[in-house]
Design a protein around this ligand. Structure first.
Ligand code: CAA
Length: 440
């Protein structure tokens, strides 16, 4: 069976940044460590006044197409994953294709375009759609362009405000990929949940604490489902575990849960038994509450073991590098985590080919998906080509007042009582020039 997977990636960050410990925390009267240590975030990316989900997506896609020497004829499908769409009918992919057609010979008339929505898991779902389209032999030799793009904004004063972010990840899905091959095994955990909603509103209504519990519950189900098809996961199977990262502190919790689940009834658990005992079994307790308390105590102890700490440092921490600097990108977030992992792999011994990743995606509402990926020949050149460090370094550092202006600009329905100038100068890129028109 021919390998199908991710052949190229491009990341486009919003061109502004909000410094959480130095600008956000003092304004909120909080200890900066709540953000840097608790949530695990240093900065958030924001779009300049001339950026939005379309321009960030189109700019990421153009960089990818130029680097790979592609023209519209080479692409048979454009899917955009977003939870920031401003149009309830016309998919964002048509806006992005319209931008790209302004700068390439040829057009995307032949390409199937769509928009995928299921909160943050939609980017992974769009990759799945592309994978299935290629596997079904309907691609006629063409590749699929998947673009995950979001302005992840919360209402000012919402607890989620600290976790905002904005950016796009463009990915080319193709046969014989140069970055990772996708496995055929997948696991799901999916349930109707109402912890994070946007019914006809731009900013989410969110029950933050509940949303964290839902994330963990769906991830656990997805892991169980994945193991039911792929077999029991062993700790040594995976070099990295990139997970959806609304903020790194969330992944810290998910990683501990996954670790506990994976080591249950294995020699790893036996090794730890002398130190912290075996995991509590529900049957050993009279009531659920006592069992849950025992689990919490076990997890606290597990977290402190050298064995867990070493696994976390090796397999999870490297996936969080970019997220700490950009915040939550919703649909792009897990793909940013994968990219962080592969950037770390560049620093490790060996050529990295054949290493595997356990990728955990999650969308509120709610659904988690877990699958494996295998690193392919050619991945180094693709990852080395990314210019994300330069983009991050070039971001304009917002003052608090400027942040409020930017937030107001990107609130679709807000009537502005003042003119807000751009903070950076556009450089040969797609910019927002008013509804329905995009120019390079
Ligand atoms: N030093 C070190 N750590 C500190 C600290 C200090 N001075 N002060 C606080 N902390 C720690 C807290 O102990 C906490 O860590 P633990 O959870 O490990 O205990 C962490 O910092 C955050 O502090 P709070 O819980 O007090 O923060 P909060 O209540 O203000 O906000 C939140 C947290 C509710 C998650 C909020 O950020 C939020 O609503 N976020 C949006 C929803 C979200 O991202 N949910 C995640 C799951 S849903 C999802 O993943 C989909 C998606 O993309 C949105």
């Amino acid at each position: 069976m021919t390998a199908v997977g991710i052949d190229a990636i491009e990341i486009r960050t919003g061109k502004l940044k909000l410094d959480l410990p130095n600008t956000f925390a003092p304004e909120k009267g909080d200890d900066p460590a709540k953000y840097t240590k608790g949530l695990g975030l240093n900065n958030s990316s924001f779009p300049d006044v001339y950026e939005d989900i379309v321009t960030m997506g189109a700019n990421a896609a153009k960089t990818l197409m130029d680097r790979k020497g592609l023209v519209p004829e080479d692409i048979g499908r454009i899917d955009v994953a977003t939870e920031s769409a401003f149009d309830h009918s016309k998919p964002v992919s048509t806006y992005i294709a319209g931008c790209l057609e302004q700068v390439y010979d040829g057009d995307f008339t032949h390409a199937n375009k769509g928009e995928r929505k299921f909160a943050c898991v939609a980017g992974t779902q769009a990759i799945d759609d592309a994978y299935n389209w290629i596997r079904a032999g309907r691609n006629r030799g063409r590749a699929a362009l998947v673009i995950a793009t979001d302005t992840a904004l919360y209402a000012r004063g919402d607890p989620g405000e600290a976790t905002q972010g904005a950016g796009a990840v463009a990915m080319l899905i193709d046969e014989d990929p140069s970055i990772v091959e996708l496995s055929t095994h997948q696991g799901y955990g999916s349930k109707d949940e109402t912890d994070f909603l946007k019914p006809n509103q731009q900013f989410p209504s969110v029950d933050g604490k509940r949303s964290m519990q839902v994330y963990l519950a769906r991830m656990r189900e997805a892991l169980e489902d994945y193991q039911s098809v792929a077999g029991k996961v062993e700790l040594d199977d995976f070099a990295y575990a990139p997970f959806h990262t609304p903020f790194p502190g969330m992944v810290r919790k998910a990683a501990l849960l996954a670790y506990r689940h994976v080591i249950r009834d294995t020699s790893y658990e036996d090794d730890l038994a002398g130190e912290i005992g075996r995991q509590p079994r529900e049957a050993e307790y009279d009531d659920r509450e006592a069992f849950e308390e025992a689990i919490r105590e076990y997890m606290d102890e597990l977290k402190g073991t050298d064995q867990y700490q070493a696994w976390y440092a090796d397999v999870v921490e490297p996936t969080l590098g970019l997220a700490r600097e950009v915040g939550n990108w919703y649909t792009g977030s897990v793909h940013v985590a994968r990219t962080s992992a592969l950037r770390d792999l560049l620093e490790r011994d060996g050529d990295g080919v054949g290493e595997t990743l356990l990728v955990g995606s999650y969308g509120s509402g709610a659904q988690a998906e877990i699958h494996a990926e295998t690193v392919c020949e050619g991945w180094q050149a693709e990852i080395e080509a990314l210019d994300i460090d330069a983009q991050l370094a070039a971001r304009y550092d917002l003052s608090w007042e400027e942040y409020e202006d930017v937030h107001d600009v990107h609130e679709y329905d807000k009537e502005l009582d003042r003119e807000i100038e751009e903070f950076t100068a556009p450089e040969a890129e797609f910019v927002f020039t008013g509804w329905g028109r995009m120019n390079e």
